[in-house]
Design a protein around this ligand. Structure first.
Ligand SMILES: Cc1ncc(COP(=O)(O)O)c(C=O)c1O
Length: 379
């Protein structure tokens, strides 16, 4: 059997990883400045994470959601404390798309409505409703397309108001990323977020903050929208939550009523996933990783801001979009093949996306900074 060929692959086969470095099967070392797509939050193979997972494997790795699982309670407790959202409730699932799918469904159960408002440039995942609110026609199949999903322009308050007025009270939820990642590190204005919140309250719509990429300390806040003091009805998370172990979460405002069978999953919240997620929170707290994300992000921006060919830098914490005056693929390839540094791209071809582990060290950022300077000075 062959693999279903859906990914354009770099010809690199990583076989070992530690901290912010990877090694391929030929022994070549790479600096990971992309965190495997914002997933590696506490660094590869963090010793605490490894020990906790290995210990759990010796105890129990899975049983279904029909029995008590104290690890889920511990995770919810620690997540509530770290995020400052202690009165929210947690539903555990397996991925970002699944978290958004559940959020959209829960909103619809809650207010009995079926329309969803989303924004240009969005990416919310590839499952049914999640892909319907993703702004990329290439990945929305006919089976997912429906007029109930309404797109409005990013950061455009007038259009937002017009859409709400036109739909009157038919909108069930508004889904928005804390910071758009795949869209090219697009940061919402505080006015835009405040207006969305206001309109959701006015028209009885649920505000869903997709923090799958921008959450878990990446922005220098636990969740990116918390910088603006906006209260979301539902927050979704995944990626950095498990540092590579698949897990997703839906944080649900206490006004939502749970009932047996309303949501459910086979694998979500299993013992290994919970241990991974608890280890991530422990390390984030013990090593002050949110502060490190703020400091290192600021340091990188200051060091690179005057490099040639950079038009703008859009950044919060360690979520960094470097907009070049050209397609970024040549720069990205040169960083990878000549300097052995992984970086990312986005739907905006000019934007180099930088998402290193939150415990990246200053000397590691210097490797990237020096390499980027060399590449940009020679194109
Ligand atoms: C903002 C956002 N939401 C949802 C997803 C989907 O997450 P997953 O790939 O875990 O389903 C992603 C993935 O890139 C994302 O960036």
């Amino acid at each position: 059997m062959n693999l279903f060929n859906v990914y354009p692959l770099f010809n690199i086969n990583p076989v070992k990883a530690q901290g912010s470095f990877l090694w391929d099967d030929k022994g070549q070392k790479y600096l990971d400045f992309y965190g495997g797509h914002a997933v590696i939050s506490i660094g590869h193979n963090h010793p605490h994470y490894q020990t906790q997972l290995k210990n759990q494997l010796d105890k129990i790795s899975f049983y279904s959601n029909s029995v008590q699982n104290e690890l889920q309670t511990e995770l919810a407790d620690k997540l509530g404390k770290m995020s400052g959202l202690e009165d929210y409730n947690l539903f555990l699932c397996n991925s970002g798309a699944e978290a958004n799918e559940n959020a959209l469904k829960l909103a619809s159960f809650h207010n009995g409505k079926s329309k969803v408002l989303y924004f240009s440039g969005s990416f919310h995942g590839r499952t049914s409703a999640a892909v319907s609110v993703t702004d990329n026609p290439k990945i929305v199949a006919p089976v997912n397309y429906d007029e109930r999903f309404i797109k409005s322009e990013w950061n455009n308050i007038e259009q937002l108001e017009a859409v709400f007025e036109k739909q009157e009270s038919e909108i069930s939820s508004v889904i928005i990323e804390g910071i758009q990642g795949v869209g090219g590190i697009m940061i919402p204005t505080v006015e835009f977020l405040t207006k969305i919140k206001e309109l959701c309250e006015k028209y009885n719509a649920v505000l869903i903050l997709d923090e799958v990429q921008s959450g878990y300390g990446r922005s220098g806040y636990f969740f990116a929208h918390q910088e603006f003091g906006i209260e979301a009805d539902i927050i979704t998370t995944a990626k950095g939550m498990g540092n590579g172990f698949p897990i997703g979460g839906v944080l649900i405002h206490p006004k939502f009523q749970a009932r047996n069978g309303l949501l459910g999953t086979t694998f979500g919240g299993n013992h290994l996933a919970c241990v991974a997620a608890i280890a991530v929170l422990d390390v984030m707290k013990d090593e002050n990783l949110i502060e490190n994300a703020q400091e290192m992000g600021e340091y990188i921006e200051n060091e690179i801001k005057d490099f040639p060919h950079i038009k703008t830098i859009r950044r919060k914490g360690l979520m960094i979009g470097i907009e070049l005056d050209r397609d970024c693929s040549e720069v990205r390839n040169s960083l990878l093949y000549n300097h052995h540094i992984f970086t990312g791209n986005s739907n905006d071809k000019t934007v180099l996306r930088i998402l290193p582990a939150l415990n990246i060290k200053k000397e590691e950022t210097d490797i990237f900074i020096n390499a980027l300077k060399e590449v940009l000075e020679n194109i």
